[in-house]
Design a protein around this ligand. Sequence first.
Ligand code: SF4
Length: 483
Amino acid sequence: MSFKGEYQIANLEERLPNNEVRCNLSPRNCKMKEGQLGFCGVRGNRDGRLVTYTFGKGVHLTEELIETEAIYHFAPGAKILSLGNIGCNLNCQYCQNWKTSQAKFVEDKDVHSFTPESIIETALRHDIRVLSWTYNDPVVWHEFVIATAKLAKKAGIYNLYKSACFITEEALDELLPHIDIFSVSIKAIDEAYYRKLTTGWLQPVLNATKKIYKAGKHLEVSNLMITDVSDNEQSARNMTGWVLENLGPEVPLHFVRFHPEYRMRDTVRTPIDRLEKAQAIAKEMGMQHVYLGNVANSEATSSFCNSCGSKLVHRFGLAAHLESLQDDATCAKCGKAAHFNALDLKNKSAVVMQPDKEFRRHDYDWRGDIISLHVQAKNPSDQPASIYYRAKNAELDYWKEIAMAPGESYRFILAKSNEKDTGLEIALPDYIVSNLFEVFDRAHFPTISIEEGVSENDRTALPKFEGKQIPDKLKLSLAEPKS
Ligand code: SF4
């Protein structure tokens, strides 16, 4: 299926003389002649009208956990249905999803079709109460996000929007009524960084983030710290200072570990001591909830009461376990408010059963920094089927079940949730078609399965970008601390 085969009239169209159109969805405001595409490659001018080519088209939907999205203070541990589009209005030089975010690299095999109704039906069938618009930036999926989010709301399902928020004010006005939770990625408080590494610019991102905060939405901010570029102390001070001045000290702030990818492969993952330094700086400056992302370590990722220091939520990797946090979002030890939302949203426990001894097995051992997997499975039969999984852990010897409807194709994440887990076992009927995908970091959508190829290291996923890497002198010029 070529994703450019079908299209529909898009929102935020400005019709111009000579059959030209302008798109007012993102601050690029692309002006297009008949037949041209915008920068994102998924919106264009057809017969003098602005159209979107990706309504109902995206990558495979995937069940994940809310922690995948750098959201720690809304329904910890909740299952989400992650929905990723194709195309993007940015072109970040380190994008971990470049294979699907840059329209020119998208392959038909990675494009799937949905309707708003089919997404809601899948979410409800799997007992999922949060839709997450994620992976590639959802800005360019605007019309489909809004159409589906409206239906979700009617069905009692929340909408989470994970974005770099390079969006116009008028587009955000259309979006805001439909989204409950925003995970905003601010790359750096540095115009030169935005221009050179993202192809976007800073002010629209800051304006959008302030507007989301003022609208009273659940908001968490994350900052990817790029090795030797934006992982210095001044960068952490600038980010924290901006959040304190323009949002508030209660907004959770996540400093996120980077892995080498796309045009920035010739480097290493962010050293953890630099992330820890950033966390300490933000706390010293007055932020109340500061976390590290893409780091399994439970101390840096767990939530503690700011008044008495009790552990409220224990986290390891993507797993969250409530400790002293009460249903009314206060600390059980001292009674102080802890800034959490939607604590009534509890997952039904996965059914614990034994798989049939004859079932086919996948056996996977965690390696290095890779501590989660996507499992993609298709049930070609006209009968319901089940897939079973369990951690390889001498202290935990039970299987959990994922139920699949007849004909269903489903993708879900499984993650290391304990220091003692060494890997995973998956058991499934022979007729289920299945593939495993190594997930390198949160919100990474891998396109190459283990069966097709495995990266020789735990730093850069397959496929590796074959074009030019960015020059070192550019990285160095951006790494100069700016006060
Ligand atoms: S959404 Fe796409 S077409 Fe519209 S302004 Fe942004 S890059 Fe251009």
